[in-house]
Design a protein around this ligand. Structure first.
Ligand SMILES: NC(=O)c1ccc[n+]([C@@H]2O[C@H](COP(=O)([O-])OP(=O)(O)OC[C@H]3O[C@@H](n4cnc5c(N)ncnc54)[C@H](O)[C@@H]3O)[C@@H](O)[C@H]2O)c1
Length: 461
């Protein structure tokens, strides 16, 4: 299909969890646009071009197969596609910096800078450059400095368009977003670039859901949205600790509190803590930003969200240790779920990583099961001494185990035959339900000693 058949050419740099699904949705919704996703990783691009996509996300395979080769393409020809593109999304990874100034807090912007330089070097026509990656506030200033440096007289307009989808429901979230946020410079050129992007989203998103703001507000809003979501998880987890001490039940408290329409019921589930590639990293970045502006009390406030999360994982391990007679040496623990949430194979910053490492430190033997995350789990625990086994079969994981620790609320774990699991386990058999996902009374009746989060244990001991 020739260029003339498309109104505009969109290029997305970075074919990851964000770049792949967002562009698959745009290509489906905007048949007049040619959408090409590029990446430095040949392996990732090959996977996007194959039947076995590099990431698991419900509905993604259909969306990709529907338009791949028509108006959706995956390529490693980054330079050629930049040269040819009109609208360039930057969706590369922005992990927490692990070295030098800001290590452990600031975002590592090396991939963003490399991308900006590459855009500059390969551009001979005007481009709209869109920050899709999550970036520190005023990152667009840095991008502009690179893009407009030297001899190149090409016009670049920078927009911020952060992504709010959640893994596991990415397609649904992008097809029916709560809002689309576009930040632009308050100039006539900024307005024109913004309107180009509004036009793309208007193909399927009602105009009133497309919010347009100043650039810095848009950049900051993404960090704040993640900080608020994570804060709710830490808030309810802190109350779970109070419930465990007082024999109140966190699910009852969350229901009573969440029914207040000013508070709302979502993101009030106690558990083993939040994970994923974004929450910790984005809060750390917010903390770094506050420290930079000498807002130390505010930095401390947001940092406590992370501290509560870390303590929550440790409290879960302690509960296991206390319940199982203060020793785990040579006891087998079946870990149900390793992904940071259900319906994804992503294990980045999953609580399971920390919890499994701690269980191994206590010299437990662990048998990890997960429907989609076993390959990542193997990598996450590679090189760690101790006995970790991996299986996709939960019954196999539980065979001979002294305890089950449920860490990811996969739907299928609700429907397992827990009588069969109980019969195959060492006695006394324990279940630590780190997501309050199972029917605790029923498990207790079968014979399990049941330890939910933020609720009294049901025990036969
Ligand atoms: N994963 C999420 O749920 C989510 C949600 C919203 C926002 N975000 C943000 O979106 C951004 C991307 O996240 P992700 O989860 O998709 O990351 P990812 O690691 O899955 O994907 C990033 C991709 O960028 C590629 N890349 C890196 N440098 C490159 C370069 N110079 N040229 C070309 N390709 C390059 C990598 O090879 C990788 O495939 C991050 O800033 C993240 O914070 C992520």
């Amino acid at each position: 299909m020739g260029r003339e058949q498309f109104v505009k050419k969109i290029v997305c740099i970075g074919a990851g969890y964000v770049g792949g699904p967002t562009m698959a949705v745009i290509a489906n919704k905007c048949p007049d646009y040619k959408v090409t996703v590029v990446d430095i990783s040949q392996e990732r691009i090959d996977a996007w071009n194959s039947d076995s996509l590099p990431i698991f996300e419900p509905g993604l395979q259909d969306r990709v197969e529907n338009v791949r080769g028509k108006n959706l393409f995956f390529s490693t020809d980054i330079d050629g596609e930049i040269a040819d593109g009109d609208i360039i999304f930057v969706s590369v990874n922005t992990p927490t910096k692990t070295f030098g100034k800001g290590a452990g807090k600031a975002l590592d912007l090396q991939f963003i800078e490399q991308t900006a330089r590459r855009i500059k070097e390969n551009s001979t026509s005007p481009k709209i450059v869109i920050e899709k990656s999550t970036l520190p506030v005023r990152a667009a200033e840095t991008m502009a400095a690179i893009l407009h440096s030297g001899e190149n007289s090409v016009r670049f307009d920078i927009l911020s368009n952060p992504e709010f989808m959640a893994e596991g429901t990415a397609i649904q979230d992008m097809e029916n977003p709560d809002r689309i946020l576009i930040g632009s410079h308050d100039t006539p050129e900024g307005d024109t670039a913004r309107d180009e992007l509004v036009k793309v989203y208007e193909n399927w998103v009602p105009r009133e859901k497309i919010i347009t703001t100043k650039l810095w507000s848009s950049e900051l809003s993404k960090l704040v949205a993640n900080a608020f979501l994570a804060q709710r998880v830490s808030s309810i987890n802190s109350i779970a600790a109070v419930c465990e001490a007082t024999e109140a039940e966190v699910t009852e408290v969350a229901d009573a509190v969440g029914r207040d329409s000013r508070i709302g019921a979502k993101f009030l589930k106690a558990g083993v803590g939040f994970g994923g590639s974004c929450f910790r990293k984005d809060i750390l970045n917010l903390v770094y930003l506050c420290e930079h502006y000498k807002l130390d009390d505010i930095a401390q406030f947001w940092n406590s969200v992370i501290e509560v999360n870390d303590n929550q994982m440790e409290r879960f391990v302690n509960r296991i240790l206390q319940a199982m007679f203060r020793t785990l040496v040579d006891k087998k623990i079946a870990v149900f779920g390793f992904a940071f949430k259900p319906d994804t194979g992503d294990t980045r910053d999953a609580p399971a990583i920390y919890i499994c490492k701690r269980l191994l430190e206590e010299r437990a033997r662990i048998s990890i099961t997960d429907p989609h995350a076993i390959p990542s789990a193997r990598k996450d625990l590679a090189g760690i001494d101790g006995g970790a086994e991996f299986t996709e079969a939960p019954y196999e994981a539980a065979k001979g185990a002294h305890a089950v620790a449920l860490l990811t609320e996969w739907d299928e774990y609700k429907d397992l035959d827990y009588q069969k699991i109980y019969d195959s386990m060492s006695k006394p058999a324990f279940i630590f339900d780190g997501r309050n996902h199972l029917d605790h009374e029923k498990l207790f009746d079968i014979g399990f000693n049941v330890y939910p989060v933020g609720k009294p244990a049901l025990t036969h001991i």
